[in-house]
Ligand binder design. Structure first.
Ligand code: AMP
Ligand code: MG
Length: 491
């Protein structure tokens, strides 16, 4: 059987529309084969959605593709060029350790990027080795799939393959490659790159491409570039509100890590907040707390202002008018965010109708939670199931007072209590990927080559709104840690 026949049987249906953009935007790549690829974890459900035959993909031939040792049929391997503000400083970046095979056209007609992360050096690697370690790639797999389970737009993870090679970090670590699936890898940073290093025609080609790929309904609007800006602002307002509602802290909201599609991307030092505290930061490198939980909406707004700036040459021939359009669009973000957040909070509290005082009611609860260092996820879970006894918070005078107001508020809606509780169950997850559980899974996988802990964790995270019995154990908090939890940039 020829290679190409075998590959066809896997179900590859790749197109390369990004590679038809001007050459400024990418470098074609040769493959960097690895020594002895070994499949560590594979996402059967996602493979099926992509139209890929899992059985064919997990044999040696398929794994060779997931390791970057072979190209699938129809691939045109490239590294994408982009720039970005990293912790506020603008710099040239690009895929320094990733390779885009192309876009899989799924049986549903969707177009998604198939990218290998950790696939070796590229012209954008700067001093880096182009590789990734097993722990961080499994971490991205777990958290991205957990986000998907939570119903939050995100890149997906198809597989992690160990390379059989070591990567040198502070110590020697096993190397690995993640297959990442995304609506696209267009970033705010891609536009910053075009605006800084490209011509107006090249910028326009990128913008036209983004509209066509992610906002096709806007092609016919009077000003598609303004529509694109407004569209991205809207999707990011929805996305960041969803993060806040589950206590997700991205950790590196650099402009290169903000997508045009509105998906969460780049799971480095991200983690979920346990005790409610807007100042929560997990990333070891975020000394100033720039990307703390409570700062995420503001940072998103800042990033979107950087995006708007890149589009100014396209928004209007008159510079002043273009600037005004950009500013007006960006100024919508805080209110859009707030509206999404508040409607999500109403759902978490089982409130259907809108009243002016709802925001104050939510904020009062949050401030009591902050004062008593209450666990974010489990507080809403306890409210959902009236399992109040377990928490110190629920015995406090502030909470008892708040609860009176809350009960009155619930009585001012027509929907039944059952309907209210049902909405709460669908809005308050039974489980999140708790830091100690993620660490436990990674330790077993990396140190002992025991993948069962991770598989069990992925299982309970798959449907967090199910409130199944086996999830309860995973909702529990760790024994009080000696040191605060810290995450390190995914390297
Ligand atoms: P990230 O922190 O994953 O968003 O990466 C930021 C930038 O650093 C991107 O341009 C990456 O491609 C690059 N990068 C991260 N790790 C490596 C590495 N090991 N080798 C080369 N480039 C890297
Ligand atoms: Mg990145």
């Amino acid at each position: 059987m020829s290679n190409s026949k075998e590959m066809k049987e896997i179900g590859w249906n790749l197109d390369n529309s990004y590679a038809h953009l001007p050459e400024l935007f990418f470098n074609s790549l040769a493959l960097n084969p690895v020594h002895s690829p070994e499949l560590i974890i594979f996402n059967n459900e996602l493979a099926a959605e992509l139209g890929l035959d899992a059985k064919e993909l997990i044999n040696d031939n398929g794994v060779a593709i997931l390791a970057g040792n072979k190209s699938p049929e129809g691939a045109f391997p490239i590294a994408q060029a982009y720039a970005g503000h990293q912790f506020g400083n603008f710099t040239m970046l690009g895929d320094g350790r990733a390779l885009l095979f192309g876009e899989q056209i799924t049986p549903y007609g969707d177009r998604v990027d198939i990218q290998l992360k950790g696939s070796g050096k590229t012209p954008f690697s700067r001093g880096g080795d182009g590789r990734a370690a097993l722990g961080p790639m499994l971490r991205e797999y777990i958290i991205s799939e957990a986000m998907h389970g939570l119903g939050i737009p995100t890149t997906r993870s198809l597989a992690v393959v160990a390379t059989g090679e070591a990567v040198i970090r502070e110590t020697e670590l096993p190397g690995a490659i993640l297959t990442r699936v995304a609506e696209s890898h267009l970033r705010v940073g891609t536009f910053q790159y075009a605006a800084n290093w490209g011509s107006k025609e090249e910028l326009q080609a990128l913008a036209d491409y983004a509209v066509k790929r992610h906002y096709p309904e806007m092609e016919m609007t009077p000003n598609p570039y303004l529509s694109l800006l407004q569209g991205v602002i809207k999707r990011q307002a929805v996305l960041v509100a969803q993060w806040q509602l589950v206590g997700f802290i991205h950790g590196v909201m650099n402009t290169d890590n903000m997508t045009i599609s509105g998906e969460t991307i780049d799971y480095g030092p991200c983690a979920f907040m346990d005790k409610y505290d807007p100042k929560t930061v997990f990333s070891s490198i975020d000394i100033q707390g720039r990307y703390a939980y409570g700062n995420q909406p503001g940072i998103a707004g800042w990033n979107l202002a950087r995006f708007a700036e890149t589009l100014i040459p396209l928004l209007d021939e008159d510079d002043d008018k273009a600037l005004q359009l950009a500013q007006d669009a960006v100024s919508q973000f805080p209110e859009l965010y707030r509206a999404n957040w508040l409607s999500g909070m109403r759902a978490k509290l089982g409130i259907f109708n809108e009243e002016k005082e709802d925001k104050a009611l939510v904020e009062e609860l949050l401030s009591i939670m902050e004062k008593y260092r209450a666990d974010f996820t489990n507080t809403f879970l306890a409210l959902t199931f009236d399992s109040h006894k377990e928490f110190e918070l629920f015995g406090t005078p502030e909470f008892i007072q708040w609860q009176e107001k809350y009960k009155e508020r619930l009585s001012r809606q027509e929907e039944s209590e059952d309907a209210s509780k049902e909405m709460m169950q669908n809005s308050n997850p039974a489980v999140i990927p708790r830091n100690h559980r993620v660490e436990e899974a990674l330790e077993a996988a990396v140190n002992d080559r025991d993948y069962s802990v991770m598989e069990k964790l992925l299982d309970v995270l798959e449907n967090p709104y199910e409130h199944a019995e086996e999830q309860a154990e995973y909702a529990k908090l760790p024994a009080e840690a000696d040191r605060p939890y810290q995450t390190f940039c995914g390297t």
